[in-house]
Design a protein around this ligand. Sequence first.
Ligand SMILES: Cc1ncc(COP(=O)(O)O)c(C=O)c1O
Length: 393
Amino acid sequence: MKFRYSESVPKRTDNPTAAILKAAADPQVISFGGGLPAPELFPVAEMKAACDRVFDHNGQQVLQYAETLGYPKLRRQIVDMMQKRGVQTDVPNVAVVTGSQQAIDLVGRMLINPGDIVLTEDPTYLAAIDVFKTYGAHLVGVEMDEAGMRPEALAQALERYPETKFIYTIPNFQNPTGRTMTADRRAQIVKLAAQAQVPLVEDDPYGAIRYAGTNLPPLKHYDQDGTVISISSFSKILAPGLRMGWLVAEQSFMEKFVQLKQNADLHTDNLTQYIVADFLDNVDLDQHIKKITDVYRHRAELMLSQIDQYFPASVRHSQPEGGMFIWVEVPGTDADELLKVCLKNNVAFVPGSAFFAGKVQPGTFRLNFSNMDDEQIRTGIQRMAKAIQTVLA
Ligand SMILES: Cc1ncc(COP(=O)(O)O)c(C=O)c1O
């Protein structure tokens, strides 16, 4: 059959990320390429107990169709979590989604017409780039530095593209760079978006897994007139296999959002929502997050110290205070070429080229530290150091 695909199906036949992940799946390869949480930290026994309680008490309800925007009790718990993070909201403004990825997709579907401009940090989250392009967006990268998206660069972009459809930002421990936007910039960026009347989509799956520095309020905290659509997730604080995230937005947006959510999947898995709600009732989430951050702090510090010890002195890297990624730049190299040599040395990463909406910064790549033990981190970084020497020679 020769299918006549819609415009939203990507035209390219190669899939570089899939190729990297496939190569990295070889057990010989130490992969810093994926973005997986540490599975040994998943609260398996607590989840099983929650699951048993849910079936014992609500067996019939959880197997039935349910409300499109989510289990009201879980939405109330999300309201409370957001309040602790510095965001005042209410149940009608919260939607439970099938992973924050679904929220990104639905927001794209709601706001983008083919040819529309979307402003993003450059580099940014690969799967958001893919989604927005699927809906026909023209992505314009906004310059960022160690303190996140630069407000001056955003102001210029908004002046140049006054018809911008929305701004997409990952303020905490950004994927791929691990960088965090400062509090001053958060306030400035929300103000710029509000002045320009351009929605600001805040994607924050990592904010809760901070292992250094002090917590900063989400962009939604600074929002006075409904400019900010805030997305977050249970993937990094509980488990990604749950496919459970949430979106917070003003009422008029929610009225449209519910229709698209209904079209997409009627509602997020009801059983899992009940399990997560029960888990939150019975387990100290802050305590659980502390276990995660203790491990990630150690792995990040180990990886950074190995990089400083074994990579050439010219190398630059980000200094994340949380999340799962370090961004590295090796001047004088092409990261795609470096990856080929690394794969021969049985170590993998994701080259920077995957993450840029605009011009690629050569020699940049993303390293994940959450998913590897100490020995793998040491061996992997030393293998990479050898590959870098080969490429530079
Ligand atoms: C920045 C960012 N947003 C969204 C997601 C999707 O997360 P999930 O759908 O598991 O909540 C990820 C996953 O790695 C991510 O890095």
